[in-house]
Ligand binder design. Structure first.
Ligand SMILES: Cc1cc2nc3c(=O)[nH]c(=O)nc-3n(C[C@H](O)[C@H](O)[C@H](O)COP(=O)(O)OP(=O)(O)OC[C@H]3O[C@@H](n4cnc5c(N)ncnc54)[C@H](O)[C@@H]3O)c2cc1C
Length: 280
């Protein structure tokens, strides 16, 4: 389909983008365009103004920030995947960026667009949730930091206000006792996850002492598997913890899978992710 008509402006700086964004109630930022343009073609999204931030250099970087790694919101998936700093300090993020779509999607799509879009089937949000990442949101009045736990508020909804932009994502540097895994299953190669599980674990004496588990496509937002995490903390085996992984979730039923099958997948993938994280 053809999108509804819209105006188009190229932002010259983040401040200019915020000014343009505030000039119309239904203005939208355009980053890589890989989620917004399909939604516009389907007329699910009908912004009257597109503010193109895709060419702003200042928001594309991966750099050290104390005990975190800061990733500019306009950093493309390919660059997140290849960033040496992330491979060294937070490899689950670079690995997962490499699992997104196909090379074309990874060359155009940005980490900020992926997170701001708020799609529960996107890969990075569950990973950021398991990591306890921070999102830096910028508005005309300045910046505020929102934890991943408070960021995803509903299907295609986030804590970013209509006149704000996501400027940066901060992920923790992981220590040598931390293991990780992101296990994804999709019906077609290079597609969105039917279900995926992110596990970040603290290893102690050959077993898992503490686990953070993020779930992709198991509800309206990315979710933490709190019951399974509590089971691990209480000394349960990986099998017993994985059996509780879908507790409290509300997975969708759609053409790819029923909610019941997603629950089953989450348990299977959860077991795999926890074992991989323990062995990593
Ligand atoms: C064929 C195909 C396969 C895909 N497969 C996967 C997959 O397997 N896994 C996966 O996770 N994703 C997948 N995607 C989605 C892809 O990762 C998108 O790139 C991403 O979701 C959106 O990033 P973008 O930069 O293209 O954002 P855009 O499409 O430009 O924007 C998306 C939304 O975010 C807003 N936005 C963008 N940047 C900002 C910002 N800095 N601050 C505030 N709001 C902002 C826009 O206004 C818009 O509402 C796929 C996409 C396609 C087309």
């Amino acid at each position: 389909m053809i999108p509804a008509s819209f105006d188009y402006e190229v932002a010259e700086s983040p401040e200019h983008a915020l000014e343009l964004l505030g000039s119309r109630e239904d203005a939208k930022l355009l980053a890589g365009g890989h989620s917004l343009l399909p939604a516009m073609k389907l007329r699910i999204a009908r912004p009257s103004l597109l503010v193109d931030v895709g060419r702003l250099d200042g928001l594309s970087y991966v750099r050290e920030a104390g005990d975190q790694i800061a990733i500019g919101a306009l950093t493309r998936h390919k660059d997140v995947h290849e960033a040496q700093l992330l491979r060294q300090h937070c490899p689950i993020v670079s690995f997962t960026a490499g699992q997104i779509g196909d090379p074309q999607v990874r060359h155009r799509g940005t980490i900020g667009g992926s997170i701001a879009h708020g799609d529960p089937a996107s890969d990075l949000p569950a990973v950021l949730l398991a990591l306890g990442a921070d999102m830096v949101v910028r508005g005309k009045a300045g910046e505020r930091t929102v934890s991943a736990a408070d960021f995803f508020t509903g299907v295609f909804q986030t804590a970013i206000g209509p006149d704000e932009l996501l400027a940066e994502v901060r992920v923790p540097k992981l220590g040598s006792s931390t293991g990780w895994s992101y296990v994804k299953t999709a019906r077609r190669a290079q597609d969105w996850a039917t279900v995926a599980v992110a596990a970040v674990v603290e290893r102690s004496n050959g077993s898992i002492g503490r686990a953070s588990i993020g779930l992709t496509n198991m509800g309206a937002t990315p979710l933490r598997a709190s019951a399974a995490e509590a089971a691990i903390a209480g000394g349960a085996s990986i099998e017993d913890a994985a059996a509780q992984i879908a507790e409290g979730t509300d997975p969708p039923s759609d053409l790819s899978a029923s909610g019941e099958f997603r629950r089953h997948l989450a348990e299977v993938l959860g077991k795999r992710a926890l074992n991989e994280a323990l062995g990593s």
